[in-house]
Design a binder for this molecule. Structure first.
Ligand SMILES: [Zn+2]
Length: 169
């Protein structure tokens, strides 16, 4: 089932999400719907708060459904190692049509749990590290525009306000 993706302005996007503690069929259902929603968007990552569910769950797939081996579903992710820096253009399904250059770690290893509660670690470089960092931010109520200067962030905010006024957000 496709879930509506919340846009900038929704309180769920500014909320620190609570840990996943029940690894049950309901969690599996949410994850399945998130994967379907992410592929349909299309996007390479989706965090549960973006579909209005404030739990620490994220789905990531750089292949957008082309390669089943690239799908990562992670509950309660934590940062284990960060290394280096990278600067590149970034966007978000919750802030459509806007992209900005954001500094992120070049490499990142995260530790989390799968849908059965089993712990695992996964490392990523480049775009995957960027994606880990972006989705972890979502679970803490942080959006990519929060990494911008106040000036740039306000520019985007004002544009979104205008869009919202016109009923286009
Ligand atoms: Zn995002």
């Amino acid at each position: 089932m496709l879930l509506p993706i919340l846009k900038y302005g929704a309180t769920e996007l500014k909320t620190v999400s609570r840990p996943v503690d029940a690894f049950d069929s309901e969690l599996e259902r949410i994850a399945r719907n998130m994967i379907e929603t992410m592929y349909s968007a299309p996007g390479i990552g989706l965090a549960a708060p973006q579909v209005g569910i404030n739990i620490r769950l994220a789905t990531i797939d750089l292949s957008v459904g082309e390669d089943p081996n690239q799908l990562i579903v992670v509950c309660n992710p934590e940062v284990v190692v960060v290394e280096g820096e990278q600067k590149s253009e970034e966007g978000c399904l919750s802030i459509p049509e806007f992209t900005e250059t954001i500094m992120r770690p070049r490499k990142m290893t995260i530790r989390g749990q799968n849908l059965h509660g089993d712990p695992f670690e996964v490392s990523g470089e480049g775009l995957l590290a960027r994606c880990f960092n972006h989705e972890l931010d979502h679970l803490n109520g942080v959006l990519f525009i929060d990494h911008l200067s106040v000036l740039k962030r306000n520019l985007i905010r004002n544009k979104i306000k205008k869009l919202a006024k016109a009923g286009e957000w």
